[in-house]
Design a protein around this ligand. Structure first.
Ligand SMILES: Nc1nc2c(c(=O)[nH]1)N[C@H]1C(S)=C(S)[C@@H](COP(=O)(O)OP(=O)(O)OC[C@H]3O[C@@H](n4cnc5c(=O)[nH]c(N)nc54)[C@H](O)[C@@H]3O)O[C@H]1N2
Ligand SMILES: Nc1nc2c(c(=O)[nH]1)N[C@H]1C(S)=C(S)[C@@H](COP(=O)(O)OP(=O)(O)OC[C@H]3O[C@@H](n4cnc5c(=O)[nH]c(N)nc54)[C@H](O)[C@@H]3O)O[C@H]1N2
Ligand code: SF4
Ligand SMILES: [Mo]
Length: 752
């Protein structure tokens, strides 16, 4: 037996990026603690971090490639698996072309250095128009609104929570989710400190969430009407002459157009739709305008809804008009150490974003940032004709549980000619694959949050080396993705991965030396590549991005600057400081201004205006469905860990007591919930924390699908709420699915 060792590592499970201290002996985890010296999390962790040990040892976690033979799985070698993939995908491409192969990338790809650096190569190599991701069941509206206003999709302001005096939280529950598009570990502590220094926290949510329960003020809002409320707030700001954009005043375009657009939306006019009184709307506007430093922060409840892009836009409009954009204690832009588009190219101006460049074959829905809405995926598989999807590659995704009209998608997957999944489980989605390629244990890989550090409340960077070695012959996930790239580009199952990797780094370096204003502009690419040796794979790419990033050592230009060597010497991470103002440098709009009134958004306001005439259904049992998250859960994939799912049943239908009595629902008994597309039965939980007329089911459950190999999860199956969500319902500008505000009928189902 060897002595124990402690490694410091970023938790890869959610956006908070907490630092962990993991003590191991041989191939065993002895203890997981919060790393008190971590530069961002200072020791905070949540219950999920401990489950990394159980995830590592989970007997159901796939460890060797699996080949499906009818209803059974056969463990095969990597060479056999890739030979089968080459035959399967090769046949579809040869007979039907590249567009017949679709790809779906799931949420964990954003938390994974391998996929952050190599997935693009696979998708580009595939060259299919049919690429999908979890982004269109999540944050796509925010990418669109940020792209239109600030010029690039990741230029998303984050609330400067540690310095603000007033935080308005809409459609987010960071005490359960630990934050999203907001990398800020220990939101509970941060909110407590905000209130201790005399600040206020206001939550807007159809449910009194865990976060709402620690706030100063909570307003119930009718699902899907955040844009209505925000229009009422902006109208008030103009009507009461509360517009004071402060430091960004010289960088605005469209202020007059905006004023004209919002004029019809008085608080009186929008109040009936959102269920918040006109005086309360005015009071919110005045609080935001009057606070020394305030920020509106909005997340999933405002994105996955009917007016997601409008709501996402108006949040930043309110922050701008009240003088809180880009100022300390307001909503600020992170300056990430590596990989941020808004630190590249000439500062202050750019090409902006383009929308509507192509659309989907069946429904004609627009592609956004190169991908199609995942709500269209099933119909692209089911509808015959030129361009029909016949094969699918999934990487870290479980769309059968996570995307709308799950029942339809499940059938569509069953009808595919071929499917390959890079995943760690045989779950509701991957059970349909012909081949499953297992990603290594989370503790057998390196980690760096290329995506999430672009949204952090401080400028930080932290690299984690693998804790355990991978078993012999098991490739890392980036090698799996590269080998798949070889297959889809016609190089066969045994492409020269070293050559492919050299090609990828070569492209990255070429782009950088050609970039105006880059620290290595005009340098010899070969010299720079040579200086990266002997690193390969993600580490070579990351080292290059760090060295050419805003804090980079610039290959000798700034000897004190950062590199991967330097990060490795700082096991608790490096803090480059608090957020600092970045307007106008951060902008990449063609005008070089903050676009307050982009055309596509103005046009969409007409759709919202029409919705004001809608009447609430008075049909018996008519209710509106929303979702929610739970601390011990992570979308669909951590329910196979007993430590997290034990205890009381969590997949319940929240119902207000008045609705429960009028519908005859009884605590703990079954209710049937039906929508246009499907129905589920779920146990009832009666609570006045949910508003009247609204019911809530958490997403990510429904593990009783035959064919899954998830012993623990199946015993705590729950119901799949996306059997109810409607694949026809999308936010037109972003293609994002509407997952909150679903019309449903609810009735007691005593015999279920
Ligand atoms: N109704 C409703 N639906 C929702 C939401 C909602 O609020 N309401 N939320 C949406 C949101 S925000 C999201 S992000 C999506 C998530 O949608 P998905 O990304 O499709 O679903 P996940 O549950 O995150 O599934 C992750 C998959 O990755 C696998 N996995 C985990 N780690 C790794 C890894 O390191 N490598 C590989 N290769 N595989 C791995 C897991 O086994 C699982 O199959 O769900 C969306 N769906
Ligand atoms: N524990 C845990 N943490 C997670 C995840 C998880 O599954 N479990 N998933 C991760 C992922 S992928 C993401 S994207 C983030 C999401 O992080 P958050 O955005 O914080 O997600 P939720 O906790 O679902 O909070 C959404 C809130 O929106 C409310 N809501 C629903 N509809 C509306 C509406 O129309 N208007 C308003 N104003 N509110 C509405 C819901 O009641 C809920 O309280 O969480 C991440 N972290
Ligand atoms: S809050 Fe997120 S990052 Fe932090 S320990 Fe929990 S799961 Fe990991
Ligand atoms: Mo998400």
């Amino acid at each position: 037996m060897t002595t124990a060792k402690t490694s410091y590592r970023t938790c890869p499970l959610c956006e908070a990026t907490c630092g962990l201290a993991i003590t191991t002996r041989d191939r065993e985890v002895v203890e997981i603690r919060g790393d008190e010296d971590d530069v961002l999390s200072h020791g905070f962790i949540c219950p999920k971090a401990y489950a990394l040990k159980d995830l590592d040892t989970d007997p159901d976690r796939v460890r060797t490639p699996l080949l499906r033979e009818g209803e059974t799985w056969k463990a095969v070698s990597w060479d056999e698996a890739f030979a089968a993939i080459d035959a399967g995908l090769g046949k579809v491409i040869a007979e039907h072309g590249r567009s017949a192969v679709a790809a779906y990338a799931g949420n964990p790809t954003a938390h994974n250095l391998s996929s952050m650096t190599y997935l693009q190569a696979l998708l580009r190599g595939l060259g299919s128009p049919n690429t999908f991701s979890a982004s269109t069941v999540d944050q796509m509206p925010k990418h669109v609104s940020a792209g239109l206003m600030f010029g690039s999709m990741m230029t998303i302001p984050v609330p400067d929570i540690d310095r603000t005096d007033c935080l308005v939280i809409m459609g987010a529950d960071p005490l359960e989710s630990n934050g999203s598009l907001l990398t800020a570990p220990d939101m509970k502590g941060r909110i407590r400190r905000l209130r201790d220094r005399g600040g206020r926290v206001i939550v807007i949510d159809p449910r009194r969430s865990r976060t709402a329960s620690v706030a100063d003020e909570h307003h119930f809002i009718r699902p899907g009407t955040d844009a209505h409320l925000l229009l009422g707030i902006v109208q008030t700001l103009f009507a009461e002459s509360l517009i004071a954009p402060a430091a960004v005043a010289d960088h605005l375009a469209g202020l007059d157009t905006l004023e004209e657009t919002v004029r019809p939306f008085s608080p009186e006019r929008v109040a009936p739709a959102c269920g918040i009184a006109p005086e309360a709307i005015r009071h919110l506007a005045r609080q935001l305008a009057g606070a020394t430093r305030a920020a509106v922060y909005a997340r999933i409840g405002t994105c996955t809804q009917e007016f997601g892009t409008l709501a996402s836009w108006l949040v930043d409009v309110v922050n701008t008009l009240t003088g809180n954009l880009d100022r300390e204690g307001g909503a600020m832009f992170t300056k990430a150490a590596a990989g941020a588009g808004n630190t590249k190219g000439a500062p202050g101006k750019g090409r902006g974003i383009r929308l509507g460049q192509r659309s989907s074959r069946v429904r004609g829905a627009d592609a956004v940032f190169g991908e199609l809405p995942v709500a269209c995926m099933a119909e692209e598989m089911e509808t015959p004709g030129e361009g029909q999807v016949r094969a699918l590659i999934t990487v870290a995704g479980n769309p059968v549980v996570s995307t709308p009209n799950a029942g339809r998608l499940r059938n569509a997957l069953a009808g595919l000619d071929f499917m390959v999944s890079v995943d760690i489980y045989v779950n509701e989605t991957t059970r349909h694959a012909n081949v499953i390629l297992p990603a290594p244990s989370h503790l057998e890989r390196s980690h760096y949050d290329l995506a999430l550090y672009q949204l952090a409340i401080r400028n930080v960077a932290h690299y984690s080396a693998p804790i355990f070695p991978r078993p012999a012959d098991s490739p890392d996930e980036w090698e799996i993705l590269l080998r798949l790239t070889g297959v889809v580009t016609g190089q066969g199952p045994n492409a020269d991965l070293a050559a492919l990797d050299d090609f990828i780094v070569g492209q990255l370096v070429q782009r950088e030396v050609a970039g105006a204003g880059s620290i290595v502009e005009g340098r010899d690419p070969n010299e720079l590549i040579a200086a990266l040796a002997p690193r390969r794979g993600p580490e070579r790419l990351l080292d290059f991005m760090l060295r050419t990033g805003p804090y980079g050592e610039g290959f000798g230009a700034h000897p004190d600057g950062v590199s991967l060597d330097k990060l490795e010497a700082h096991p608790h991470g490096i803090d480059f400081g608090a957020l600092a103002p970045r307007i106008p440098e951060v902008l990449r709009t063609p005008s070089g201004k903050i676009e307050l009134a982009p055309d596509p958004l103005l046009q969409d306001v007409a759709r919202l205006e029409e919705s004001l005439a809608r009447e609430v259904s008075d049909e018996t049992g008519a209710m509106t469905l929303i979702g929610r998250r739970q601390l011990r859960s992570n979308n669909s994939w951590m329910h196979n860990l007993e430590v997290l799912v034990k205890g009381k049943v969590r997949c319940t239908l929240l119902v207000h007591p008045d609705d429960a009595s009028s519908l005859g629902l009884v605590e703990g008994q079954w209710a049937r919930v039906a929508s246009r597309v499907g129905q589920v039965v779920v146990p009832v939980e009666i609570t006045d924390a949910i508003m009247r007329g609204v019911v809530s089911i958490p997403h990510g459950w429904g593990h009783d699908d035959a064919g899954v190999q998830l012993q623990v999860a199946t015993a705590h199956a729950g119901a799949n709420s996306n059997v109810l969500t409607d694949e026809q319902a999308i936010d037109p500008l972003s293609g994002n699915a509407i997952l909150n505000g679903i019309p449903v009928r609810v009735e007691a189902a005593p015999g279920a």
